[in-house]
Ligand binder design. Structure first.
Ligand code: SAM
Length: 212
């Protein structure tokens, strides 16, 4: 993926907002910062509004951050990217369970694949597809960084997560907070080595894996 595909972004006002992204973007940036190389190519899966990519790109303009999500999120991502103070590639539609995402993923062109608040939001099957997509998209030695809440061997890591789990199940019974151990296993099957965990505010974590 070259960082030269700018333009075609719609400016929509007001920009769609995700308050949780406002709260956690600085902590996420600080945790990811040591993994960035000059001119890093980053793919974000399940970007939502694209706020995280804009926040990082404005602080690290040499990074090429590609936002992606399902088609219903495209207008919102385009609006955020169009309003960014640095050039960013046009967001792409990348459904992690769709078969037509192969052209993006087979490139193995990315140094870092990042995803935030996605794994608990979807079923285990979709979450496992997301991990496989990350493995396909990354260069060997590249990092896969996953931000969000996790359980530890079936146990909640905070009382707040219990309430979150109830909310998730009411919305989609197949969704739910995944175990650290589940992600480690799925990541290992996809070709990742364990690298590091960074605890972040509000009982969230970034789990980082390295493509072997
Ligand atoms: C809770 S939101 C998180 C959005 C954003 N990453 C953030 O932290 O604010 C979960 C995101 O996962 C995306 N998602 C769900 N299923 C997906 C799929 N099959 N492929 C790609 N993204 C998906 C949703 O569209 C949504 O934007």
């Amino acid at each position: 993926m070259k960082c030269d595909s700018f333009g075609n972004n719609k400016v929509i006002q007001p920009l769609p907002a995700t308050p949780s992204a406002d709260r956690n973007q600085e902590a996420i940036y600080r945790a990811l910062y040591p993994r960035f190389l000059a001119r890093s190519q980053v793919l974000e899966l399940g970007s939502g509004t694209g706020q995280h990519g804009v926040y990082v790109s404005e602080r690290e303009p040499s990074i090429c951050w590609q936002c992606s999500d399902t088609e219903d999120k495209l207008d919102g991502m385009q609006a955020w990217v169009a309003a960014a103070h640095v050039p960013m590639p046009s967001p792409i539609v990348l459904d992690v369970v769709a078969l037509d995402n192969e052209p993006y993923l087979n490139a193995q062109a990315y140094d870092l694949v990042f995803t935030a608040n996605t794994l608990h939001f979807v079923s285990s099957e979709i979450a496992a597809s997301l991990v496989k997509c990350a493995a396909k998209a990354l260069l060997y030695g590249g990092y896969f960084a996953v931000y969000g809440p996790f359980n530890d061997d079936g146990e909640f890591t905070s009382e707040g997560n219990r309430g979150l789990q109830d909310w998730l199940e009411a919305r989609d019974p197949k969704s739910g907070i995944k175990d650290f151990q589940w992600l480690d296993k799925v990541a290992s099957q996809a070709g990742f080595d364990w690298y590091e965990q960074v605890p972040l505010p509000s009982n969230n974590f970034i789990r980082i894996y390295k493509k072997n």
